[in-house]
Design a protein around this ligand. Structure first.
Ligand code: PLP
Length: 372
């Protein structure tokens, strides 16, 4: 059977072959990095090498890298570890920031999904304790890139710390922790072609950090628990591979142009802003995202609904909501995300299946919507 055209890399990017090889080797080697014998020392050296590789991806010091179980844990760790009671978070943060700080004051975004810097400045000027500001580098649904350098500049003037979720940006944009000037930065291996269940929080500039985990002294007392050696090794291999970037923007642009010529009313959300070159959040007028995802799946094309879908159920997109998109239109958005193994033929298959559905839906859903 023909392999599916996998265009859901922002959810999870398939494991790169070099990553798998490195992980198998690490799994076979075994050992606990805290053990002092030869097998333990070998495991420790694998973890240290992976730490250097991840540090190279983020342009930070190896000692700044705290390995975690993924982006979710890294975000939670930053929110708690920074020790700030006042949190300002953008309206388009991933749930692992948004739900982890329900008391956060929200920084609004504009219609393209870009953080409103004046609104941030107003919040920072309010009297009160110095805050932790959370602004992601690139959005998982739309790919919209945030002006994090500007955010840092404003935050510094108010004595605030800055956390940046770079889970989607890493490997797609240059992620330079020191260039950005942030204090904390989150990464996740499975968005880079590494394994699921491993990520990192970069804690830099001597930023305050208090661990809330009790246990062993792993990760320089910042994250207790025996390291996931094979996962960390896979993360290191993926980080090295991802340093060469992701030159897929021409494919994404061709896709958007083709879909808009099929359906002139198709809208690219965040299309007016700087975006990751691999992501397209695009509507099919009058056709629900679930219908599109299912029809495309039957045609052997994997994409996801524009809305968050962490429990297998499509919910309303908080990101599109924050951008002021009408719920009915937001409900027709799918997310297409390309990655390291995407090819022109994948885009051709998506265009053909999308066109078929649009024509079929023209006889049903669209007419029904008009009649309603
Ligand atoms: N942050 C962003 C922007 C994401 O897109 C995701 C996952 O989709 C996460 C954090 C969570 O990462 P993980 O799946 O490694 O927990």
């Amino acid at each position: 059977m023909r392999a599916p055209a996998y265009l859901d890399h922002n959810a999870t990017s398939p494991l790169r072959p070099a990553v798998l090889d490195a992980m198998v080797e690490a799994l076979c080697a075994g050992g606990n990095p805290s053990a002092v014998h030869g097998v333990g020392r070998k495991a420790r050296s694998l973890v240290d090498a992976a730490r250097r590789r991840v540090a190279e991806l983020a342009f930070c010091l190896p000692g700044d890298v705290v390995f975690t179980s993924g982006g979710t844990e890294a975000n939670n760790l930053a929110l708690r570890g920074a020790g700030r009671r006042r949190v300002l978070a953008s309206a388009v943060e991933h749930d692992s920031v948004g739900k982890a700080s329900p008391e956060a004051e929200i920084i609004r975004v504009d219609g393209e999904g870009v953080v409103d810097l004046e609104a941030l400045e107003r919040l920072l000027l309010q009297p009160g304790e110095p805050a932790l500001v959370c602004v992601m580098l690139a959005n998982n649904e739309t790919g919209v890139v945030q002006p994090v350098g500007e955010v840092v500049r404003l935050a510094r003037r108010a004595g605030a710390l800055v956390h940046c979720d770079a889970v989607q940006a890493a490997g797609k944009l240059g992620v330079d922790v020191h260039g950005l000037g942030v204090d904390y930065l989150s990464l996740s291996a499975h968005k880079l072609g590494g394994p699921t269940g491993v990520g990192a929080l970069v804690v830099c500039n001597g930023a305050p950090f208090v661990s809330d985990r009790r246990g062993g002294g792993q990760e320089a007392n910042r994250r207790a628990g025996t390291e996931n050696v094979a996962g960390i090794v896979g993360f290191g291999a993926a980080a090295t591979a991802a340093r060469s970037g992701l030159p897929v923007a021409p494919l994404r642009d061709r896709l958007e142009a083709a879909l808009r010529s099929i359906a002139p009313g198709a809208r690219v959300f965040g299309g007016g802003a700087r975006r990751l070159g691999n992501t397209s959040c695009i509507s099919m007028p009058g056709v629900k995202a679930e219908t599109q995802v299912m029809a495309l799946d039957l045609a052997g094309v994997c994409v996801s609904a524009g809305a968050a879908c962490s429990s297998g159920k499509v919910q309303r997109s908080a990101v599109l909501d924050a951008m002021g998109i009408e719920p009915a239109e937001a409900a027709t958005a799918i997310r297409v995300s390309l990655g390291w193994n995407s090819e022109s033929g994948d885009i051709d298959r998506l265009i053909a299946a999308w066109r078929d559905l649009y024509i079929r839906a023209g006889k049903s859903d669209i007419d029904d919507a008009r009649a309603a």
